[in-house]
Every structure is written in C-alpha cells, then in structure tokens.
Ligand binder design. Structure first.
Ligand SMILES: C[S@@+](CC[C@H](N)C(=O)[O-])C[C@H]1O[C@@H](n2cnc3c(N)ncnc32)[C@H](O)[C@@H]1O
Length: 387
C-alpha cells in the first residue's frame, strides 16, 4: 500500500510513508478482508443513517495520506483531528512521536467508543479521543499546531482559528459552491488572523453534523433538472428557466483545450456568484435537451431566464478535448459569451495544477457578501486569486 500511495503521488515524504508502514490498518477495519483494509483508495463505511446515507467511514488511505502531507506534521506537535476512526489518529501519533499529542474528537458516542477500542487494540493508548461537537473545538486541550478535519465542512468555526497556535495550520475539506477541496490553511500572525493557502486537493467526505451542519439548497427547475445552490437567498426565475430548457440551444466552442477538469471546475464555480451547479438526468440527455456533463453536475451561469454550462468535444487536430458552452433562454448569447470568456481565460492563464491562492477571512456572522472570486460563508469569506 505504501508503494502504491507513493506511485500515486499521495505519499511524498518519508515521515508519512513511515507512519503508514507501521500502523496496522486492519485493526481499524474490523470485520473487513485484508484486501479491503489495505486497498489504497477504498473508504470503509462504519455507520449509516436510517436512509442509508454514510455518517461515518474509515477514510481511504489515499486521502488520509494526502491530507497528512498537506498538514506537514512534525515531531512534538499537538494535533487535533476532527472526526474519529482511530486509524488516522494513530498515523498522527506516529508523526508527532512521544513528545507530541494526537487528539481526536467525534460528535458520535458510538464512533468514539469504537475508535478508542481500535486504538487500544493497536497499542495507541496515548491518543485522546473526545466526544463533542467539534464546532467548539476542544478548548481544554488547545492550542493545536495542526487541526485536520475529516468531515466535510461548509464553514470554518471561529473556535478552530482561536485554538490554533500562532503558526498553526488547518487542513479542511471545505465545501464551496457545491465543490469540496481539502485546503491547507496557514494562520497569519497578528491580531486580525486570517487563513491563507496555496495547497488544495480534490476530496469527498461525509458531511459535518451538529451545529455547523449545512444543507445546500436544491432548487427544482423541472422534471430531472435542479440547481445546487450555496446561497440561501439567491432568487431564480424557475418558470423561465424551465421553459428555456426546452427552447433551442446555442452552441459555442472556445478553441481552448479541456483539461484538468477539477481545476477548471473550481475556477468556474468560484468565479462569480451567479455560478451554481446544474444537475440534470440522463433522461433529459437522452431526449437531446442537455449534454452529458450535467449528469455529474456542472458549473452553470444563470442569468434571469437564461443559463449556460460547459461541455466538451474531441479535438481531432490536437487529440484530447476542446471545451465549449451550451446556452438556453432569451439571453443565451450573452451568458454563453461570458462563459466562453472564462473558459478561454482559464486555458490561457491558469491551466495547471494548484493555480489558486485561497484565503479565508473571518467576519462578523452573517455579514459576508459574495462577489467576483469571493464565496460568502456565514462566518467569513473564501477569496480566490488565480496565478
Ligand atoms: C470520515 S469520518 C472520520 C474518519 C477518520 N478520521 C479516520 O480515521 O478514518 C467523519 C467523522 O466525522 C464525525 N463528525 C461529523 N460531524 C462532526 C462534528 N460536528 N464534530 C465532531 N465530529 C463530527 C462523524 O461522526 C464521523 O465519524
């Protein structure tokens, strides 16, 4: 598994390789075959709610390794993990060594009990497992040099910033306009501390529960078509959008390569507050009304009763794909032109991994406003600049 994770680029340091090599993951994957326990990219669900939705899982070692590398944990550090499975806390215990501290907090008593048992069985009695809603951090055991969040967060509770040491770092899977990225944020010094990052990675996590849980709005447009919206206040002309879907569509090709889809998606989704995620059914695709990109969710620019979204086609000359836009509604030309301009700008200026610089700025609750390159949260803003 260690070799595989190195080959996949998830493990880049000897310290993380060493930790993954010594912690017996099968003791945290009780009842699972060894093959599943040591599969590099397999999460194992531990608890589901009554509808079958996963509430807790032993995360795939791949994303755990990626986040540990992002965290840059050194011997002697105090590290808080939000969300307990035991395994990751054991890896952290290896990284911090006997002069550091690995503390894990989970909201769910059953999960805490399970993690405790697994840690004891594997010989990690020194790891502290606390039952609490992590929205308040763990004040009694703070400050922390690192906070690693292993549940999908929509915002950054002020306690996490307050309990972070002067040069501390938070690694958090943050959800922004329907997309989740594991972002490594460094705390800036001074009284008006904010968080700055130049490291983010694709990931998926079970959502945060408790006081900081957040449900994105799903706005139903018509049978098989919905908008996933971050902003609870944003208005939509549903009748006009429903009519637009069935109106003839405008197709505009950018001439730019379609590449690094997750990077492009982040650029598009966070660029303007009018960008939402468009989710369409295969049925609408089969009827010839929408392109395949909608079935997985695609950033869409919505303006009044018109909308535009990204598509792609094979590029016969260069190989690979060319990005393009499909637009519907009375202002199809205008929204398509704005969207194509974004596709071209990304391809000419930012088409590479890690081009975004991301900053989180705390603000008084409820005062943050979205704007260009700025995603508003309840307790602050996430600002993007692209290099
Ligand atoms: C993906 S699992 C954690 C995996 C774990 N870190 C591992 O070693 O594999 C996410 C956990 O976050 C917990 N969680 C969700 N919301 C929480 C909250 N507000 N405070 C603390 N824990 C929370 C869930 O109960 C769940 O056990």
């Amino acid at each position: 598994m260690v070799r595989e994770l190195r080959d996949l680029g998830a493990i880049t340091s000897d310290s993380v390789a060493g930790a993954v090599a010594v912690v017996p993951r099968h003791l945290f994957a009780v009842g699972e075959p060894l093959k599943a326990a040591y599969a590099a990219n397999q999460a194992l669900v531990i608890k589901r709610d009554e509808d079958g939705t996963a509430l807790s899982s032993l995360s795939a070692t791949h994303i755990q390794a990626v986040m540990l590398e992002q965290a840059g944990i050194e011997p002697g550090m105090r590290v808080l993990e939000v969300g307990s499975g035991g395994y990751n806390a054991a890896l952290i215990a290896e990284l911090v060594g006997k002069n550091g501290a690995s503390i894990s907090v989970d909201i769910d008593a059953e999960i805490v009990e399970r993690a405790r048992k697994c840690l004891d069985a594997a010989g990690y009695e020194q790891v502290e497992v606390v039952q609490a809603d992590a929205v308040a951090g763990v004040p009694g055991l703070a400050p922390f040099d690192r906070i690693i969040v292993t549940a999908g967060a929509w915002d950054i509770p002020s306690a996490w910033l307050d309990q972070l040491s002067e040069r501390g770092r938070i690694v958090v899977p943050l959800r922004m306009r329907g997309l989740t990225r594991s972002i490594a944020f460094d705390r800036t010094s001074g009284p008006e501390a904010e968080l700055v990052s130049d490291s983010y990675r694709l990931c998926g996590f079970v959502p945060m529960q408790g006081a900081s849980a957040y449900t994105e709005r799903l706005v139903h447009v018509t049978e098989g078509l919905a908008l996933r919206v971050d902003d609870q206040k944003q208005d939509f002309d549903i009748d006009a959008l429903a009519a637009a879907v069935r109106s003839p569509r405008l197709e505009v090709w950018s001439g730019a390569a379609f590449d690094l889809p997750d990077e492009l998606e982040l650029f598009l989704a966070t660029n303007t507050p009018e960008m939402v995620m468009l989710h369409g059914s295969k049925d609408l695709v089969d009827q010839g009304l929408l392109a395949l990109s909608v079935t997985r969710g695609v950033p869409a620019l919505v303006s009044g009763g018109s909308f535009a979204y990204r598509t792609k086609r094979p590029n016969e000359e260069t190989g690979g794909f060319e990005s393009g836009v499909l637009a519907h509604g009375p202002d199809a030309e205008e929204v398509a032109a704005r969207y194509v301009e974004l596709l071209r700008r990304w391809a000419s200026d930012h088409q590479r991994r890690g081009a975004a610089r991301i900053a989180y700025r705390p603000m008084p609750a409820g005062t943050a406003e979205p704007s260009q390159g700025v995603v508003a949260k309840r307790l602050g803003t996430v600002a993007f600049s692209w290099t």
